[in-house]
Design a protein around this ligand. Structure first.
Ligand code: C5P
Length: 237
């Protein structure tokens, strides 16, 4: 089985990120670099993480005019990342430009195209916050609408909350990769996540990748925590 665990390196320094990645690279499927780490440590941290053997998910949620996003995606391909995020609210043409840039630059370099993941509705936004932005209907309807837009643009993956997995599975082609944060192993604290699934529940619901941060990185033995989660996934269910 491909290892579906993506560990979120939500740490402020390159040293701490590298320490975690070195311990965890053999037992996770990828590491996620977000805005905090990238803004403090820059593209060099991505090169150094790749050198540990870890696949890298660059979670910068690009949202701009199509040309700007396409050039940023090309730069990410040259950094040799395996996944990145864009906001689907950038619109159809921006999403098409992102996917095309990923494919064209990978072909030019002889690499496998990275997975461009669409972000639909931030889980921090509820129906009332969406109404303030001029969005009619519920957050769930907007998630489905933007998911379909991403598929129409040719995107091969989406980020979604655990509670959106079944709705998106029903609305989208089966090949769409779903990447899900909000995962808590049985017995782990919730932190600030409000609606979580366990790793097994999320995979059973149809997730392909599980983004897990604090339950691995903020415990005394991150390697043991990741191994335990993986063992729980491999055990017969
Ligand atoms: O520590 P924890 O497992 O909650 O980390 C989850 C990761 O997934 C963090 O990097 C967080 O920013 C990200 N994320 C999330 N919820 C979303 C989108 C991204 O928790 N809706």
């Amino acid at each position: 089985m491909r290892n579906p665990i993506i560990v979120a390196l939500d740490v402020p320094t390159a040293d701490r990120a590298l320490e975690l990645a070195t311990q965890l690279a053999p037992v996770v499927g990828a590491v996620k670099v977000g805005k905090e780490l990238f803004t403090s440590a820059g593209p060099e941290i991505v090169r150094r993480l790749r050198a540990t053997g870890a696949a890298v998910f660059l979670d910068l949620k690009f949202h701009d005019i199509p040309n700007t996003v396409a050039r940023a995606v090309e730069a990410a391909v040259r950094l040799d990342v395996q996944m990145l995020t864009v906001h689907t609210t950038g619109g159809l043409v921006m999403l098409q430009a992102a996917e095309q840039a990923a494919q064209t630059e990978a072909r030019r370099l002889g690499r496998t195209p990275l997975l461009v993941l669409g972000v639909t509705v931030l889980t921090s936004l509820d129906d009332a916050a969406l109404a303030e932005l001029g969005v009619n209907g519920t957050a769930a309807e907007q998630v489905a609408r933007l998911g379909r837009l991403a598929a129409k643009a040719g995107l091969r993956g989406l980020v979604c909350s655990p509670l959106e997995i079944s709705l998106l599975r029903a609305a989208l082609p089966a090949e769409m990769q779903l990447v899900t944060p909000g995962i808590r192993p049985p017995g782990a604290g919730q932190d600030d996540q409000r609606r979580t699934l366990t790793p097994c529940e999320a995979l059973a619901a149809g997730a392909n990748w599980l983004v897990i941060g604090r339950p691995i990185c903020a415990v005394p033995d991150p390697r043991a925590a990741a191994e335990q989660i993986l063992a729980g996934l491999e055990a017969p269910r």
